[in-house]
Design a protein around this ligand. Structure first.
Ligand SMILES: Cc1ncc(COP(=O)(O)O)c(C=O)c1O
Length: 378
């Protein structure tokens, strides 16, 4: 969470005093709908649907694209575990692919992991670092695969003039507490495809066939779940979105100063970035794990390998292929035996042990950003 204040307090107060907390209440046009329109406008995407988390957004997007039992979905071996769990929620199985030094999925390993059963790829724009979307979309086109961008950790970040999340067939955002903009818990599905939008809308709202907007839907109705947000979340997000570009510009300016200071020494190599001009994140890569560890200890940081559940080797329930019910286990529906081993993405393990995310200071003067960066090279 970077920036929140009086505007959000006033918007929430308005909702509370109106006593209309639900977005669908027989009259649309509330904060959530206004937020979606503003999001579509800012992100230049035809459809945006607000849901109650980034995980829900991923599940909705996969359901919308028709991913299901028997399908394989390629995900990076370094991401928040929800990326890999979302395919399971629709009956498909995740197949992990290595990352490269950009800390995002390696397009070459995507190609190696494709089988006759692969239906989709979820590239993850980790820690505000965009994936190599040109290469990923080319692979998807060549192999007739669908792409759901996980932009949960990179809301608003640009990739060569486009916002991440708007390049694939679908895209997802998270608005949880740690994201670029937040309402505590929340998310969004983005797509330029009307059919995927209608299917996501249905899935997120118990099939939505009883709603006043049901008559506009061309897809046959199917049952769904409840991933709706309340107007309280909608109100906060409506105001948060206005702050997004200011937050990103602020991070970009600090990141630029850090890069200049680091370049002076020639000793620290920033993780390669797929759109350097728009970069808002700074991670550094060491030649070997020992030097990363020593640097991390000296500066009270930790290598990415120690960032908890973000590395596949820590995803025990998934690696052990468990499910809440034995007859609802997607691994039993897979069209081949799926095997996970601790060493299956060795390249990822090597990179995360050599990489440190430094974090970019927010809302500091250029002098303070420079002084902070100087400390990091001492
Ligand atoms: C890469 C990534 N994907 C998905 C999610 C899930 O988002 P949420 O926590 O809003 O469900 C997160 C959240 O941290 C994430 O970092």
């Amino acid at each position: 969470m970077y920036d929140i204040g009086q505007a959000e307090i006033e918007a929430v107060t308005k909702v509370l005093t109106s006593k209309q907390f639900m977005r669908y209440r027989g009259g649309e046009g509330g904060y959530t709908e206004q937020f979606e329109k503003a999001l579509q406008d800012k992100f230049q995407v035809r459809h945006a649907l607000t849901v109650n988390s980034g995980t829900s957004a991923l599940i909705c997007a996969l359901a919308a694209m028709g991913i299901g039992p028997g399908d394989e979905v390629i995900v990076p071996a370094y991401t928040w575990v929800a990326t890999a769990m979302a395919p399971l929620a629709v009956g498909a199985v995740p197949v992990m692919a290595d990352i490269d030094e950009s800390l995002t999925i390696d397009p070459e390993d995507i190609e190696r992991k494709i089988t006759p059963y692969t239906k989709a790829i979820i590239p993850v724009h980790m820690i505000n670092q965009p994936c190599n979307m040109d290469a990923i979309m080319a692979i998807a086109k060549k192999h007739h695969l669908l792409v759901c961008e996980d932009a949960c950790q990179a809301c608003g970040v640009s990739y060569h003039g486009k916002r991440v999340g708007t390049i694939g067939h679908t895209g997802t955002l998270s608005f949880n507490q740690f994201k670029n903009i937040t309402c505590g818990e929340g998310g969004a599905v983005l797509t330029n495809d009307e059919r995927y939008y209608e299917r996501a809308l249905m899935y997120h709202d118990a099939g939505c066939f009883t709603r006043s907007h049901a008559s506009t839907i061309k897809e046959p109705f199917f049952p769904g779940v409840n991933y709706r947000v309340s107007e309280i979340q909608g109100a906060i997000m409506f105001e948060q979105l206005k702050r997004l570009d200011g937050i990103l510009d602020n991070l970009k300016a600090s990141r630029k100063i850090m890069a200049q200071v680091f370049a002076k020494t020639g000793q620290f190599r920033p993780a390669p970035h797929h759109d350097e001009a728009s970069a808002v994140n700074m991670s550094i890569i060491f030649p070997e794990a020992a030097s990363a560890k020593a640097y991390a200890e000296k500066h009270h940081l930790s290598p990415i390998s120690e960032s908890g559940r973000h590395v596949y080797t820590n995803w025990e329930p998934l690696l052990e292929q468990r499910a809440f019910h034995p007859k609802m286990n997607p691994f039993a529906w897979a069209q081949r035996k799926i095997e996970y081993t601790p060493g299956m993405c060795q390249k990822t393990l090597d990179i995360v042990a050599r990489a440190i995310n430094l974090g970019v200071p927010y809302n500091v003067t250029p002098e303070a950003a420079r002084a902070g960066a100087e400390k990091l090279i001492s």
